[in-house]
Design a protein around this ligand. Structure first.
Ligand SMILES: [Zn+2]
Ligand SMILES: [Zn+2]
Length: 389
């Protein structure tokens, strides 16, 4: 059996908790019912419960023995603004809200680990069960860190897990160092001079300026970023004008940037500012850039990566743990916790058949078959980190 027997025994409970959470999805920072449920369960297991960290975040503390060692285990609780297309019994009861990223499953796996660890208490030290709100682009992890969560509940190491549709059940994937991209959003406001559409000599056309800036931005990745560093600059918005015969006064460009280290994000920001003002200035207009980082690159600590991969190998065998998995261009705000404390983030297979539907799809569902495996990994991480000396 590749999972902890005692956890396998309460698989049915895990499934019913997961489906209950799935049926009642809540958006970021609105996870009232979900955090109530999490807090009630942690209480029932015998954890010390701390609430309202990062608005709806919850931390459960479980201490055994006198060792000063500590470990953090983290799950996310929020859902997405998606109308669920599934018709099964546990489909969303909340219109326009859906657990389409499997955070219902992550929360349940961590609750399963908490129940087991509180029951068996076979460790020496402190475990922090961290349930964060608002992972989906709203800054839940950053909010918890900013409120001092990792100072008040210090963790020698911290671990997170995300389901991976398409990866077979019983497999894990991870890599040391950068694993998921950091991301930024940007807006560029271009100011020209409005004029009659038939009299361009009387104006400064911000549409032309915007198209030149958009083209020149393509040189950042192709000419400024080192070819061995991966980055993306995408202009995804371009708004200007309302009439056929009016050259508008302004144009607004926006888009997203991805990169795997903070230096590359900073380089892109610098060059974007230079290009926007330089190109606009050369054409007689002006441009102002608003650049905001929305997620740091997710960087796995090499030692903790080996530690979590070894723990996963113990459960499913070495051949089922990919330690050199590909970079992921999507972002994950657990990066803010890893920026503060060493740790690692692993992907757990959600299935290559039934569980292969991608996250953020209205037909997605977390695969209940993997609940005991994920809970077992969380539990083993704590037991191994806090082993009796
Ligand atoms: Zn997501
Ligand atoms: Zn997610």
């Amino acid at each position: 059996m590749p999972i902890i027997d005692r956890i396998a025994q309460f698989h049915d409970d895990l499934t019913s908790w997961r489906r209950d959470i799935h049926a009642h999805p809540e958006l970021g920072f609105e996870e009232q019912r979900t955090s109530d449920l999490v807090a009630a369960k942690l209480n029932e297991f015998g954890c010390e419960v701390h609430r309202e960290i990062g608005k709806t975040g919850v931390v459960g503390r479980l201490r055994v023995g006198n060792s000063p060692r500590s470990v953090g285990l983290r799950a996310d609780m929020d859902a997405l603004p998606i109308q669920e297309a599934n018709t099964f019994e546990h489909r969303s009861r909340n219109d326009g809200r859906m657990h389409a990223c499997g955070h219902d499953g992550h929360t349940t796996m961590l609750l399963g680990a908490a129940r087991y660890l509180a029951e068996t208490r076979d460790f020496d030290g402190t475990i922090h069960f961290i349930f964060q709100p608002a992972e989906e682009g709203l800054g839940g992890a950053e909010a918890m860190v900013r409120e001092g969560m990792l100072d008040n509940f210090p963790c020698d190491a911290i671990f997170g897990m995300h389901n991976a549709p398409g990866l077979a059940v019983g497999k894990f994937a991870i890599r040391a160092g950068p694993m998921m991209a950091g991301s930024a959003f940007f807006d560029i406001a271009i100011v020209g001079r409005g004029a009659h559409g038939a009299r361009p000599e009387a104006g400064i056309d911000p549409v032309i300026v915007g198209t030149h800036i958009t083209a020149a931005l393509q040189t950042i990745v192709s000419r400024n970023v080192k070819p061995v560093d991966t980055a993306v600059v995408s202009v995804t918005r371009f708004h200007a004008g309302d009439a056929y015969n009016v050259i508008p006064e302004q144009a607004l460009i926006g888009g997203t940037v991805r990169a795997f280290d903070n230096e590359t994000l900073a380089l892109i920001q610098r060059n974007m500012g230079r290009i926007a003002s330089g190109v606009a200035g050369g054409l007689g207009a002006s441009a102002e850039v608003n650049f905001r980082v929305v997620a740091l690159p997710l960087i796995n600590d090499p030692t903790e990566t080996t530690f979590i991969a070894d723990a996963a190998s113990e459960l499913v065998g070495r051949d089922n743990v990919d330690r050199e998995s590909a970079l992921v261009m999507a972002s994950e705000d657990f990066s803010y916790m890893l920026n503060h404390s060493p740790g690692a983030y692993i992907r757990i297979g959600n299935g290559d058949q039934a569980g292969a539907r991608q996250v953020h799809n209205p037909g997605y569902d977390f695969n209940d078959a993997i609940l005991p495996l994920g809970a077992s990994l969380f539990a083993r991480l704590a037991e191994r980190k806090l082993a009796h000396s």
